[in-house]
Design a protein around this ligand. Sequence first.
Ligand code: EPU
Length: 293
Amino acid sequence: MELEKRIQGKVLRDEPLSKHTSFGIGGVANYYCKPKDEGDVRTLLSFVRETRIGLKILGNGTNILFQDDGFRGMVMENPFRHWSIEEDVVTAGAATPLAILISATVQRGLGGLEPLSGIPGSVGGALITNAGTVAGETSQPFLSLRAFDLDGNPVELKGEEVQFVYRKATLPKPLLIKEVSFQLTPKDPGESEAIVRDLLRRRKETQPTRVKNVGCIFKNPDGDHAGRIIDELGLKGFRCGNAEISRVHGNFIVNRRGATAKDVVELIQLIRDRVLQERGISLELEIEIVGAD
Ligand code: EPU
């Protein structure tokens, strides 16, 4: 039976990934799937296994660059958007936008997620990338997660079963995350709102907000900031095609309408080469670059 008829959600063929990423860049995916529920997810996972095609799970698409030749295989949106609060623990579907969860918990007088304010991603994406700000990172309030392995079996991981380092979580095997639980603590909403406001204001002042981008491109090297180094080397405003090193923050690349992945990759290489040459530092990518297969 055709895949379209096997699930309740949607299957789009040859769908441009530029429509689904904050960079607005990326070629087509053979299958772009929007499952409706857990049943759909299992069906799609078995299709991937049967046909042995590649699979990429997408959260909010805010930290990823797909190449211009797209993705051979299936890109699947994570469908889990439920959330609930029980005492001082919040459990949220992986596709829940962080901003929604932060505002809901703050309103209920629960603190712990405010340090993640301004991060544009989803709960699952934040977990996998251990997303953070100067104020803290996802690993700190993390309690447990429930997920599926790629055979569709349920998996639960608690506390130290997920290993976190700066901007990265290591899972025991590839997983499609269903939901994540965070341990919060009672906190006066006024106090939390002040933290949120401060982080959002700082972000607005120091980062490009109205142009297409994927946040910081590089991880910060030990004891320094990639943005500061790129700025000091006078690279802000440099362009490859329509991709430009942000004039606001050196660790951002912005898509000045119509940039290709090739433009961005060239610019990344240019920055890496210069930083290595001038400072002896090998910058590591913070974003994920996904090839055609
Ligand atoms: N700086 C410059 N020039 C620049 C950019 C920064 O001189 O063009 C200087 C700043 O003046 C400051 C220092 O570098 O003294 C650090 O800058 P910032 O406060 O912007 O912090 P960052 O280390 O560049 C990190 C995260 C951001 C997060 C901010 C704020 C990484 C790679 N980046 O940036 O996260 O939003 O702190 O909390 O860890 C992301 O993960 O995508 C991201 C943007």
